[in-house]
Design a protein. Sequence first.
Length: 338
Amino acid sequence: MTDDSTPQRLTSARLGVSKGLLTMAVSTVVLVILGFALAPSSVSQGAVLGMLPFASVLAIVGLGQMLVVQQGGIDLSVPGAVSLAVVLSTHIPNQDDSMLVPAILAVYAWAIGAGLLNGFMVGRLGLNPIIATLGTNALLFGAVLGISGGIPRTTTRLLSSIAGGRTAGIPNALLIALVVLVLVTILVKRTVAGRRFEAVGASPAAARATGLRYRTHRGAAYVWAQLLFATAGIMLAGITNQPTAFQGNTYLLTSVAVVVLGGTSLLGGRGYPVATFVAALFLSQLDQFVLALGVPFAVRTLVQAAALAIGVAIYTVDWAALRRRLAARPDASAPAAP
């Protein structure tokens, strides 16, 4: 006996796409149609070209968060990691292009250090990832304040041309994000190490029984995530002419939202990089749509929270079982039997 969702799963399997990718693709198309109908300014050429670089940054942050979520964890040091990358990328060069490479090297050095710290606390010491990564986030923001003093700096022309420029009319940030997407997809889906990584996330107990180094895989996820957060921060520093020292604060909720909307389970296991990428485009365009409607800024956070809640409901609730349970309830309006 099959439930009502069996045809949908079989159709997705024939198409070679995940449920998350199919859901996000359809949702994005519907959102664009609504944009043309209700808020044409949100889908104008200028608005879309302005949105895509920030959507690309969110996509890279989301891919980093996805790697951690695949191991049943979560990284709440995203704001500090992105903000520190922004600060180092602007304060070390101080508008001197020749100092950009040392600045980027410093960004990745900090990222590796933060990733190793998170990986050690979660993977080796077994600390709760929420507590461990919040502590790391506080340390990273301490470094942000120590380096910047809370004072923004103007980005270098070289970084601005690379991250904020366009090639053949396409934002460079989008091209960089696509390259990152391809690399993450190949490493996770097409390599032996990637398949082991997903197997460890799906069942740490089974991985331990088969001799896989589950603690190493779990810790490595935080290192790779920090490297992706750092890459996103460098890009953000180039896209924004004078970024603030707290530029990463907006990526905490959204980084988790795009992972959930993309179909990756918060309990760990298989990840969906392409769906996560499309979810970042969807969430960024949704933000654009809400702004075009002229709603207050506070509503944007509520919309993002609602999207996260809906994503959790879509992929965790057994809708077929819920329908059967509701159908099995006796009709209250029917007369009681004598």
